[in-house]
Design a protein around this ligand. Structure first.
Ligand SMILES: Nc1ncnc2c1ncn2[C@@H]1O[C@H](COP(=O)(O)OP(=O)(O)OP(=O)(O)O)[C@@H](O)[C@H]1O
Ligand SMILES: [Mg+2]
Length: 200
């Protein structure tokens, strides 16, 4: 049998399983032109991306496309097994406002702890932190964000962070956080607000 004929059809990846919202389920790097793709560098090796730009420019869409690529290419898998053969989430999409609310919710619940949330973020192979804003720069939130980003940066774990803030603006709040984000590939998404592209 020839290799071509026996090659299995790739299984379509359902990004919804990873926590991606419906609007971005079809996001794929195929929808970007070659010059733009070049600015992303080698997706198999880049440890992380800091994607920033104004509202509606396509940051979340690009993050979803990179995330899809990492999963399809085998760089990350939805679940893995630990030493004790317990399976854990290993690729996950986080909407930062929701993540912060989940962390805060554990504070006043008896017996609840934010540790499992943080542990998942610190060991997952691929993580997207979508929509980080100044609202998450309250001291307690910044402390969590810094821990997540520092550990993921130091361990070379594939990560995409999206924000409307430039690294210079972030440095005004936290130079150490800005330094790590700037250490990843920084991509400014320009253009117009795509939400205003409505068909009449
Ligand atoms: N490359 C693209 N191809 C097709 N549609 C796109 C592309 N980029 C963005 N879109 C669409 O444009 C809209 C806005 O994109 P997106 O939500 O990614 O913007 P954003 O920069 O994350 O905005 P915000 O900062 O407000 O969250 C969405 O409906 C998205 O599906
Ligand atoms: Mg967005």
């Amino acid at each position: 049998m020839s290799g071509e004929a026996s090659r299995p059809t790739p299984t379509p990846i359902d990004l919804a399983q990873y926590g991606v919202d419906r609007l971005f389920l079809a996001a794929s790097l195929e929808n970007f032109g070659e010059p733009f793709k070049k600015t992303l560098g080698n997706l198999a090796e880049e440890p992380g991306y800091y994607v920033w730009g104004k509202e509606g420019r396509g940051k979340t869409y690009l993050a979803a496309a990179i995330f899809r690529h990492w999963i399809v290419s085998g760089r990350a898998s939805r679940t893995r097994q630990d030493y004790f053969k317990r399976s854990y989430v290993s690729a996950r999409w986080y909407f930062v406002p929701d993540l912060m609310a989940r962390i805060r919710d554990t504070w006043d619940k008896k017996g609840a702890s934010e540790r499992p949330i943080m542990r998942e973020l610190l060991r997952a192979e691929a993580v997207v932190l979508d929509n980080m804003t100044v609202a998450h720069f309250a001291p307690w939130a910044l402390e969590r964000l810094f821990t997540i980003i520092d550990k993921r940066y130091n361990n070379g774990l594939p990560t995409v962070v999206t924000s409307t803030l430039s690294t210079v603006q972030i440095a005004e709040h936290d130079p150490s956080l800005a330094s790590r984000l700037g250490g990843w590939k920084v991509i400014e998404v320009r253009g117009h607000d795509r939400r205003l592209d409505k068909e009449s």
